[in-house]
Design a protein. Structure first.
Length: 132
């Protein structure tokens, strides 16, 4: 029971961190008269986070393609395998985080926030990768 409580506390903390990231970068996702900074309903926050995820996904794809162009065939194959494994991990992790608030309207928002944050982190990782 104590272990479950610790896991739930960790999940809530991660959700809070993700939502803080959402609040800080949502304005980039959908600028406008109201914008994401004024989103108060779960549906509005989800729409903003969906836009933020789409941007993050495009940036990841661009970083991946740039890196692929610098690699020889052997390293390209290794990167493909690593990227497939990373995508599975990212998706499973987002499912797990969302399951911590399962049953409420917050779960889809938590899932997309985790997907976005992890995608942005992966983009940075790929952008820093270079052959010696």
């Amino acid at each position: 029971m104590v272990r479950l409580m610790k896991l739930l506390s960790l999940g809530v903390a991660l959700v809070c961190v993700g939502l803080v990231g959402f609040a800080q970068t949502a304005e980039e996702a959908k600028p406008g008269a109201r914008g994401c900074e004024n989103a108060v309903t779960t549906a509005a926050m989800r729409e903003c986070e969906d836009s933020r995820y789409e941007i993050a996904q495009r940036e990841l794809n661009a970083a991946y393609q740039r890196l692929m162009k610098t690699l020889d065939r052997e390293h390209q194959q290794k990167l493909r395998l690593a990227e497939r494994a990373w995508i599975r991990y990212r998706d499973r992790n987002a499912d797990f985080q969302a399951s911590l608030v399962q049953g409420g309207t917050l779960a889809p928002l938590v899932r997309i926030t985790v997907l976005t944050d992890m995608t942005k982190a992966r983009t940075q990782e790929l952008s820093k990768t270079a052959l010696p």
